[in-house]
Write a protein that binds this ligand. Structure first.
Ligand code: ADP
Ligand code: MG
Length: 594
């Protein structure tokens, strides 16, 4: 056989590298803005079209490039930031790998204009798929702009891989949040389709956070600060009661670089232990400053992973600083950590008086009247809700229901205030009450959408919800589906969302929480686990409003959960795909006694 190995042409190897560095418009924003920061800019503007798919322009007022530098900056491994391998262990700039511009140039139409202070004119270069198309002297401001058009025009597979405009825009916003918080001493602006989303003036971290996430966040920030021989730590943590269902508010920076590090995240989570509701994550903006020689950033092209020389000590410092700050701000009630409560109630709820859902009893209810399959089950969700049909069950479900009912006297027991136990003729069922209730609410809401039943209950006192700018974008995205499901919302002024009506299934006291959880869920549904906006909204509401573990239920409520669950189309899995119940057959039981 003849020789078959060859060195790939540069344009192919650049395209391969692009796969790692440039995955979507958001990664371009990261790379281009980081270049602007490395050029000591104090004003950076980002201008987007079609969420960056059509064009991205990053304009800075940094130190610019000479003509010669400009001619090679988009070549692979071209960098001004390191010279020798030792420099890799002493990195203070954002970039150093010299592969961002070459990767971007390989898969787009690129235009760069740059001018240094000492030059009277700037230079403009046009590059298509890595090849120079034109160069010319131009009149320009000091600094650099990079315009990237038609991203992935020559890699259709990658272009097809891009998500909808709104999803890509959300990725961009996440990236923008990270960079602009890390560099609060720089003026940033971001506009999309000719409208300005952010215009952030140089400010303290605290003001930057407020300008991005809205005024509401201010009252929930607890400052943290610590200094040891190997690390300086500063920033804010978010009060436990304001924690979110997703990790969207977790910002850890090392030497002003946003990073992800599960080990250090664990140090923070651990400090919050016992203070958070189930399935909530702490929020934080923590800045670490360490000696550049004590970290290794060169682990992955995206530079989000970082290795530390002494991770264990860092863990301890972070953990104790967060704990200490939580203590000082007296959000940590004095608790006896040794004695465990008999069952799991989210800590913050433990001192609340339980509120039992109100029930309306159907006095004419007789499960045997017309045969169980015709039995119409009810939902009691809120005080003024009258019973409503959940809908016809499928054959299998009604068989179980039938059996439960026939097994009589429809005995259901609640244990640990969390699980319902009942039996059919041949098996024992153990049902997770929270997940079951989530499923019931979810199906009810999905049915509302599919049946175009947008009925709504009006709030006696409409409530105002102040949106952040990114929530406003989400709102436009979700508006129609929210109306379909029964919300009546009005945008007043720029950011005030007035909640006028909510779906009948929800209680009005939950209105703000439902909306807040919904935005949270949506902002962080990057993995796109939900198949539609309706699915996502229904899932989120079912989680916000379901009966929780640890709630004592009255007999009628227990019965309603079981009946309604088995009237659902799907009764095995909760909306987030978790098991709702398990069964133990008669023979399994018998075996236990053999
Ligand atoms: P890296 O940032 O890793 O060095 P890049 O491919 O991102 O690699 O950029 C290559 C080089 O181009 C940089 O090292 C820098 O010298 C120059 N450069 C890129 N963007 C700018 C900018 N906005 N201002 C000044 N110089 C820039
Ligand atoms: Mg770079």
């Amino acid at each position: 056989m003849k020789d078959i190995i060859k060195i790939l042409p540069e344009n192919v190897s650049n395209q391969i590298a692009a796969g790692e560095v440039v995955q979507r418009p958001a990664s371009l924003i990261k790379e281009l803005v980081e270049n602007s920061i490395d050029a000591f800019s104090n004003r950076i503007q980002i201008v987007l079209n079609q969420s960056g798919k059509k064009s991205i322009k990053v304009v800075d007022n940094g130190f610019g490039m000479s003509k010669n530098d400009l001619m090679i900056c988009f070549q692979r491994h071209a960098t001004s930031k390191i010279n020798k391998s030792n420099d890799l262990f002493n990195i203070s700039s954002k970039g150093f790998r010299g592969e961002a511009l070459s990767s971007i140039a390989a898969v787009s139409h690129l235009e760069i204009v740059t001018r240094r202070k000492i030059d009277t004119l700037g230079y403009k270069l046009k590059v298509v798929a890595g090849k120079i198309q034109s160069e010319e002297k131009v009149v320009s401001n000091i600094g650099t702009y990079v315009l990237v058009k038609n991203l992935f025009f020559n890699v259709p597979a990658r272009r097809n891989f891009l998500k909808s405009d709104s999803v890509e825009l959300r990725h961009i916003l996440n990236e923008f949040h990270r960079i602009s918080i890390a560099h609060h001493d720089i003026n940033f602006s971001l506009s999309h389709k000719n409208s300005e989303i952010f215009n952030l003036q140089k400010s303290s971290i605290h003001v930057r956070i407020k300008n991005i996430f809205g005024k509401k966040i201010e009252e929930n920030l607890i400052p943290i600060k610590e200094k040891t021989s190997f690390v300086k730590l500063a920033g804010y943590i978010i009060k436990p009661e304001a924690s979110k269902k997703t990790r969207g508010m977790q910002f850890l920076f090392v030497n002003n670089r946003f990073i992800k590090n599960n080990f250090l995240f664990h140090a923070i989570n651990k400090a919050y232990e016992g203070l958070l509701d189930e399935k909530k994550y702490p929020g934080f903006f923590i800045f670490l400053e360490v000696d550049t020689a004590s970290i290794d950033i060169n682990i992955h092209p995206n530079k989000i992973e970082v290795r530390f020389e002494d991770e264990q000590s860092l863990y301890s410092v972070i953990n104790s600083t967060v704990k200490h700050s939580l203590g000082i701000f007296q959000v940590t009630p004095t608790i006896d950590f040794e004695s465990k409560p008999s069952f799991e109630i989210p800590y913050s709820k433990r001192f609340d008086q339980p509120i039992h859902p109100k029930i309306e009893v159907d006095h004419n209810f007789n499960p045997f009247k017309d045969g169980a399959s015709k039995y119409h089950s009810k939902i009691w969700n809120k005080s003024e809700t009258v019973y409503e049909e959940v809908g016809s069950s499928n054959l299998f479900n009604s068989k179980i229901l039938n059996e439960i009912i026939n097994e009589d006297g429809n005995k259901i027991f609640q244990i640990m205030n969390s699980y319902l136990i009942t039996s059919t003729r041949n098996s024992l069922l153990v049902i997770d009450q929270e997940r079951a209730h989530q499923r019931i609410i979810y199906e009810k809401l999905m049915k509302k959408i599919t049946k175009s039943d947008n009925s709504s209950q009006q709030l006696i006192f409409p409530v105002n919800f102040i949106l952040t700018k990114s929530q406003k974008l989400i709102y436009f995205d979700l508006k129609n589906t929210l109306t379909e499901i029964g919300f009546r919302l009005e945008l007043e002024g720029k950011l005030n969302l007035k909640i006028i009506g909510i779906p009948g299934i929800c209680s009005d006291i939950q209105a703000t929480k439902i909306i807040e959880d919904l935005f949270d869920q949506f902002e962080n549904d990057n993995k796109k686990k939900s198949f539609s906006n309706g699915d996502l909204i229904a899932k989120s509401i079912s989680q916000s409003t379901s009966i929780k573990k640890g709630s004592a239920l009255q007999k009628e409520e227990q019965k309603n959960i079981v009946n309604n669950l088995f009237n659902c189309k799907e009764h095995l899995l909760s909306p987030s795909q978790q098991k709702i119940f398990f069964s133990i057959s008669k023979s399994e039981l018998q075996n236990k006694f053999s």
